[in-house]
Design a protein. Structure first.
Length: 109
């Protein structure tokens, strides 16, 4: 497998690089398209985390110039980054659902 040990891009955060290594160990992406999708997913992950940090610091709302409460502008960035992350993970066709061979409700028919 060529590129199966591709290193995480340096611009990714340490948390995203840990995800890169974990996903590479489990799924061994070797094609350019898969590596690009993985990079895209983790860039979106970093963007989402940055927005979450700012929202956590500032609060989910802010006052506008008229003194009216409005949503933090980064809430839409967080939402869009989360959507991009999930879309890239879906495009990678990862099996994210755990196997259900133990207790619990069986799947519907």
């Amino acid at each position: 497998m060529k590129n199966s040990t591709a290193k995480a891009p340096k611009h990714l955060s340490p948390e995203a690089r840990r995800w890169w290594r974990k996903l590479q160990e489990e799924y061994a992406f070797s094609d350019e398209g898969g590596l690009l999708l993985l990079q895209t997913a983790l860039e979106a992950f970093d963007r989402m985390r940055a927005a979450q940090a700012a929202i956590g610091q500032d609060g989910a709302t802010a006052l506008d110039r008229f003194g009216q409460l409005k949503a933090h502008p980064l809430l839409s960035v967080e939402r869009d980054a989360r959507a991009a992350l999930l879309a890239a993970l879906k495009a990678l066709n990862l099996d994210l659902e755990p196997l259900r061979d133990g207790p619990g409700r069986p799947p519907g028919r």
